[in-house]
Design a protein around this ligand. Structure first.
Ligand code: FES
Ligand code: FES
Length: 156
């Protein structure tokens, strides 16, 4: 079937089955490999993208469900205010180890900060629950989200 989806501000025409997961479309059709495959069952968060600003597991999102919604991926999250703050904090705090989970972590954290500029610890834990990191970077992820939130307070 034919679909048109908006990814990072650009419209892409696709000819794929309607039940094709968005993750497959991003990686295999559009060649956007920043979004990662981990489990394929909405259990790890590696595939997280934004759909109309909401953190969404792309591995279980059929392309036919997207319609006119706007998709944002890790390739463009730095163009958003919250995403830029999160990416800077990630670098400043040296969050990343192997990196495999990190695009999903950044997408979840950016969605949190965009909707809640001053999240509490419990709100951070709730938003990041389900983004698994085998390298155990959870402490630095929380510190980086707090640093990004403080930069929001300073207007930086
Ligand atoms: S690959 Fe989508 S949640 Fe794990
Ligand atoms: S940084 Fe290695 S899995 Fe998270």
């Amino acid at each position: 079937m034919s679909f048109a989806i908006n990814v990072n501000g650009d419209t892409h025409s696709l000819d794929v089955d309607g039940d094709t997961p968005l993750l497959w479309v991003l990686r295999d059709v559009l060649g956007m490999t920043g979004t990662k495959f981990g489990c394929g069952m909405a259990l790890c968060g590696a595939c997280t993208v934004h759909i109309d600003g909401v953190a969404t597991r792309s591995c279980v999102t059929p392309v036919e469900s997207i319609g006119t919604s706007r998709i944002t991926t890790i390739e463009a999250i730095g163009t958003t205010t919250a995403g830029a703050k999160i990416q800077k904090a990630w670098l400043d705090r040296e969050v990343v180890q192997c990196g495999y989970c990190q695009s999903g972590q950044i997408m979840s954290a950016s969605a949190l900060l965009a909707s809640n500029p001053h999240p509490t610890d419990s709100e951070i834990d709730a938003a990041m629950f389900g983004n698994i990191c085998r390298c155990g970077t959870y402490g630095r992820i929380r510190a980086a989200i707090k640093a990004a939130a403080q930069s929001t307070e300073r207007g930086g």
